[in-house]
Each structure stands twice: as structure tokens, then as C-alpha cells.
Design a protein around this ligand. Structure first.
Ligand SMILES: Cc1cc2nc3c(=O)[nH]c(=O)nc-3n(C[C@H](O)[C@H](O)[C@H](O)COP(=O)(O)OP(=O)(O)OC[C@H]3O[C@@H](n4cnc5c(N)ncnc54)[C@H](O)[C@@H]3O)c2cc1C
Length: 288
């Protein structure tokens, strides 16, 4: 899997905080907002979950003296959801208590975790309103979940969804997912609490910008969010138009599952990896 690292480097800011910090600072200084993710998921022991929590606490501390509010993205299986639900909820509460002026966005994982993730987020949000939630437009249940979050004052990041899901729980055709994304995004733009519209889909963004203009939505009432290393041209265009753009910046050693999801999203990515492997295997380097 080491061979995938050249590809992974396009999407992650580094293997640790020291290497990631300059990228985080560069993004901040260029006028973007940041959502920082320490890579990791599906941990199987309590000590792994504890270590993840400690890593986040260290991150909060090291960014504490920068006069800017950050968002932190966290996966609940990284905090022990697969081990013990209450232990995981307690870990999230501990992080929330240490947040200060920053916010946490709970990433949404595969559909077997959706209900628990929403319930834990709901529970922690009652005492810590800086906790927000990601919702996937491909899930059939998302319209109800969004209604619940809006009614309870929970901020939402809307994304299409990155996991392979069966037809019983998720839309399968890209057209239907895009339509559902558009409808849910319009609802969030009108009624949501500082929602984040997370997509690099240019056609969808054009349609949403038309909606925003038509409905006179205040640009300071929402964020556009994109992933580190993807469609930097769109990130800049939206920022230059005066919209708030937040970049999801992952870093850390557990880069493989995240990288595999990015690999699956675009055919050209597979080509990049195969070309790289081919060059390495057959020694086709240009520089000798
Ligand atoms: C900020 C943010 C947070 C997210 N959080 C979650 C989450 O919590 N849970 C979850 O399931 N999913 C999450 N995702 C991933 C999301 O669900 C999609 O899988 C991903 O964003 C691709 O969908 P898209 O809307 O960008 O559209 P697509 O139609 O997939 O892509 C549109 C265009 O974007 C570019 N692009 C997209 N992906 C790639 C790639 N991997 N490599 C190169 N170019 C690419 C291409 O130019 C492509 O044509 C998140 C995405 C973002 C932007």
C-alpha cells in the first residue's frame, strides 16, 4: 500500500501536525476557512480511541493561539463507536468541552452507523451547540434527518455520500442523487443553521448559485465546502465571488481508507495510480 502514497499526498496535508500546519496556515492566509480532520476510523480498542481523542486535544491546543475559529471533522468510529456507544459519546463530550470558540462537525460514515451517529450528535449538541453533523444526500432517510436537525438547531454539512450503499437505503443513480442534493441544499440554504454545501460538482454549484441569487440568500449564512486538493479552481472562484469557502484538510498516518474513497470517486485517479505503478515497476523514470 506504500505505493499508493504518491496518490494520497494529493489529498492529505501530511502525515502529522508538524507537516500539516504550513498547509493549514497557507489555506487560512489565502482567505479560506478550514475544517481539520485527523485521519482515522473504525478503531477496535479503547486505547486507539483514547489516542485519537488525545490527538484532537493536542490539535485544539496548538491552534488555540491562532486568532481564528476552526472547524474540526471527526468520525465517531474513530472515537470508539464500534466498541461502546456510551464510551464514544463521552469521548465526543470531552472534545466538545475543550473546544472553546471552535466547532466540531461529525462526519457521516456507512449506513450501519447513521442512526447511532445522529443520536450521539443530538445528545451532545444539547449541552454543546458547537457540534454539527454531516448528512448524505444519497440516503433515503436524509430528508427526515435534515428536518430533525433544523428543528433542533443542529448545523448540517450536506454531501453526496462516499460509501457503497444498497438500494434499500440509498439512491443509486447519480442523477437522482444530484436532484436530491439540490433540493436538500435549497432547504438548508433557506432554513438551515450555518449549513455547509459540500460538493465539487460544477453543474450543481451553478444551479445553486442561481438559486442563491434568485432567493437573495445572504452569503454569510452558509459555507461552501470542498476537500483539500480537489478543484482548487472552483474553491478560488467561489471565494473571489465573495462566498465563504471552507476546505476540509485531512492529515495523519491512517490515510489509506480516506485515499481509497477518493480513488473510487474518479476514473482518472485510477489511471494516475496505474501510471505511477507502471513507471516504478518498469523503472520508467525521466530523471536518473
Ligand atoms: C467538505 C466535504 C466533506 C465531506 N464529508 C463527507 C462525510 O462526512 N461523509 C461522506 O460519506 N462523504 C463525505 N464527503 C464526500 C462526498 O460524499 C463525495 O463522495 C465527494 O465529495 C464527491 O462528490 P461531489 O459532490 O464532489 O461530486 P462528484 O460528481 O463526485 O465530483 C464532481 C467533480 O469533482 C471532482 N472530484 C470529485 N471527487 C474527486 C476525486 N476524488 N478526485 C479528483 N477529483 C474529484 C471532479 O472534477 C468531479 O468531476 C465530503 C465531501 C466534502 C467536499
Amino acid at each position: 500500500m506504500k505505493l499508493l502514497y504518491p496518490f494520497a499526498k494529493r489529498f492529505i496535508a501530511g502525515p502529522d501536525l508538524t507537516t500539516a500546519l504550513p498547509a493549514i496556515q497557507r489555506i487560512r492566509e489565502s482567505g479560506y476557512f478550514a475544517s481539520i480532520d485527523i485521519l482515522g476510523e473504525s478503531v477496535v480498542t479503547r486505547s486507539q480511541a483514547e489516542s485519537a481523542k488525545i490527538e484532537y486535544l493536542k490539535l485544539f491546543e496548538s491552534l488555540g493561539n491562532i486568532n481564528h475559529s476552526f472547524e474540526f471533522s471527526i468520525k465517531l468510529t474513530q472515537l470508539g463507536l464500534d466498541i461502546d456507544r456510551d464510551f464514544c459519546a463521552e469521548n465526543l463530550k470531552q472534545l466538545a468541552r475543550a473546544l472553546g470558540d471552535h466547532t466540531i462537525r461529525v462526519d457521516m460514515e456507512g449506513s450501519s452507523h447513521t442512526q447511532d451517529t445522529l443520536e450521539i450528535c443530538d445528545e451532545v449538541h444539547r449541552s454543546h451547540p458547537q457540534i454539527g453533523q454531516a448528512i448524505q444526500a444519497y440516503l433515503l432517510r436524509s430528508s427526515n434527518d435534515i428536518r430533525h436537525c433544523i428543528d433542533n438547531g443542529i448545523s448540517i454539512r450536506l454531501c453526496k455520500g462516499a460509501y457503497k450503499e444498497p438500494a434499500e437505503v440509498a439512491l443509486q443513480s447519480m442523477d437522482k442523487i444530484r436532484t436530491n442534493f439540490f433540493n436538500l441544499a435549497c432547504q438548508l440554504l433557506k432554513e438551515g443553521i450555518q449549513p455547509a454545501i459540500a460538493t465539487h460538482d460544477e453543474n450543481l454549484l451553478v444551479e445553486l448559485l442561481n438559486f442563491i441569487g434568485r432567493e437573495k440568500i445572504d452569503p454569510n449564512s452558509f459555507y461552501f465546502e470542498m476537500l483539500y486538493g480537489i478543484r482548487r479552481d472552483l474553491q478560488k472562484t467561489l471565494k473571489d465571488k465573495g462566498y465563504r469557502v471552507r476546505i476540509y484538510i485531512p492529515y495523519g498516518k491512517a490515510w489509506l481508507p480516506y485515499t481509497l474513497r477518493r480513488l473510487a470517486e474518479k476514473k482518472e485517479n485510477l489511471l494516475f495510480v496505474f501510471t505511477h505503478l507502471f513507471r516504478e515497476t518498469f523503472g520508467l523514470r525521466k530523471l536518473r
